[in-house]
Design a protein around this ligand. Structure first.
Ligand code: 3HC
Length: 302
C-alpha cells in the first residue's frame, strides 16, 4: 500500500548545487511549496538564477508549459532565517559534509521547527544515527519517549548531482528512525520523480562506499604516473561507457566533498582501503575544489 507523504510545505537548508536541485524537483515535480534558506545571500542568488535557467530550458524543449514553470518558480520562497521554516512538514538539510555543522543544524531544527516535522539530511556519508542523536534536546534523555520521538523523525535522503537529472534517491534509516518517517520520506522522494534504494547507516552508505574508492584509485593512478589524466578518464568513458571519467566526476562532485566523504569512510571503518590519496589532500590544501571554483583536475571557465 502506498503511503501519502503529507508534506504541504518543505524547508530546504542550503542553496548550493544539491539544495537548489532538491528545491527544484520538489517545486516542479512534487508540486510542494519550498522555503529555501542559505546563510549566504550570494549563494541564494546564484541558486535561483540556475533554477530560472533550468525552467526556461524545460519550457524551450517543450517539456513543460511556461505556466507550469511559473507555478514551480512561485512555489519557492527564500527565508532569511531558520525560524522562517517553523511551520514546515519536512526539512531537507543540504550543507557541506561536516558532522559538527550538521549536529548544530539538527539541534536548531529540534528547537525551531514543529515537533512532528520530518528532519532529513542529504549527507553523502555521515552517520544518520549521529545526526539523529543531535536532534534530541540537551535536557531530554535519548531513551525517553520524547527523546525517541525527536530522533525518530530524522532520516537520510541522499540525492545525486545533478538532482534534476539523476533518477536515484538513497534512503537511510538511523537506528532511531521510525517506520512512519521512513515511509513518508520514501513517498516524498517518489513524488519528486525518483527511484528509491535503501542502505543501512554505514559510512558512505552503498553509493559512496562503492564510488569513492573508485575515484580515489583513479587519483592514485594519476599520482603514480600509471596514465595521464585524459587516458584515465577516456579509458572509463569509452571502455566502460561511463558518462564521465572518474577524475572529471571528482571535479563535478567537488574535490573538497570527495575528500570529506573519503575521510568519513576511512575514519568510520578504519580500513586502509579507504585512505584518501595524498594528491587529493594536496589539491584540497591548494583550494582547488573542482568545477565549483574553476580548478580541479581540469580547468573551467564557464
Ligand atoms: N544541473 C541540472 N541539469 C544539468 C546539469 C546541472 N548541473 N548538468 C547537466 N544537466 C542536464 C543538461 O541540462 C541536459 O539536460 P537536457 O537533456 O534537458 O538538455 C542533461 O543534463 C544532459 O547534459 P549535457 O547534454 O550537457 O551533457 P551530458 O550528456 O554529458 O550529461 C551529465 C551531463 C548528466 C552530468 C552526465 O555527464 C552524467 O550523468 N555524469 C555523471 C553524473 C554522476 O555520476 N552523478 C552522481 C555523482 S555522485 C553524487 O552526486 C553523490 C554524492 O554523494 C557525492
Amino acid at each position: 500500500m502506498s503511503v501519502a507523504h503529507g508534506i504541504r510545505t518543505l524547508g530546504v537548508l542550503g542553496a548550493g548545487q544539491m539544495g537548489l536541485g532538491i528545491a527544484f524537483v520538489s517545486a516542479l515535480r512534487a508540486k510542494v511549496p519550498v522555503l529555501l534558506h542559505d546563510r549566504s545571500a550570494d549563494q541564494v542568488t546564484k541558486g535561483l538564477a540556475l533554477m530560472d535557467k533550468l525552467l526556461a530550458k524545460d519550457v524551450a524543449k517543450g517539456r513543460i508549459t511556461s505556466d507550469l514553470a511559473k507555478d514551480a518558480r512561485d512555489r519557492v520562497t527564500v527565508v532569511n532565517e531558520l525560524r522562517g521554516m517553523r511551520d514546515v512538514d519536512m526539512v531537507v538539510e543540504a550543507v557541506s559534509e561536516s558532522l559538527p555543522l550538521k549536529q548544530s543544524i539538527f539541534a536548531s531544527f529540534a528547537k525551531e521547527l514543529r515537533p512532528d516535522a520530518i528532519l532529513a539530511s542529504n549527507t553523502s556519508s555521515i552517520s544518520i544515527t549521529k545526526i539523529a542523536a543531535a536532534a534530541v534536546p540537551a535536557d531530554v534523555s535519548a531513551a525517553s519517549d520524547a527523546g525517541k520521538a525527536s530522533a525518530g523523525r530524522v532520516v537520510g535522503l541522499h540525492f545525486f548531482n545533478p538532482v534534476p537529472v539523476m533518477k536515484l534517491v538513497e534512503l537511510i534509516s538511523a537506528l532511531q528512525t521510525t517506520p512512519e518517517t521512513l515511509d513518508r520520506a520514501r513517498a516524498f522522494a517518489v513524488a519528486c520523480g525518483k527511484e528509491v534504494t535503501t542502505s543501512k547507516d554505514v559510512p558512505g552508505f552503498v553509493s559512496n562506499a562503492l564510488l569513492m574508492p573508485f575515484i580515489n584509485e583513479a587519483i592514485m593512478c594519476l599520482e603514480k604516473g600509471t596514465a595521464t589524466r585524459d587516458d584515465i578518464d577516456t579509458t572509463l568513458k569509452l571502455g566502460m561507457n561511463h558518462p564521465m571519467g572518474p577524475l572529471q566526476l571528482a571535479d563535478f562532485i567537488g574535490l573538497d566533498t570527495c575528500l570529506a566523504i573519503q575521510q568519513t569512510l576511512y575514519e568510520g571503518t578504519r580500513d586502509s582501503k579507504y585512505r584518501p590519496s595524498v594528491l587529493l589532500e594536496r589539491m584540497v590544501d591548494a583550494q582547488w575544489y573542482g568545477r565549483k571554483n574553476g580548478k580541479g583536475f581540469y580547468e573551467y571557465t564557464d
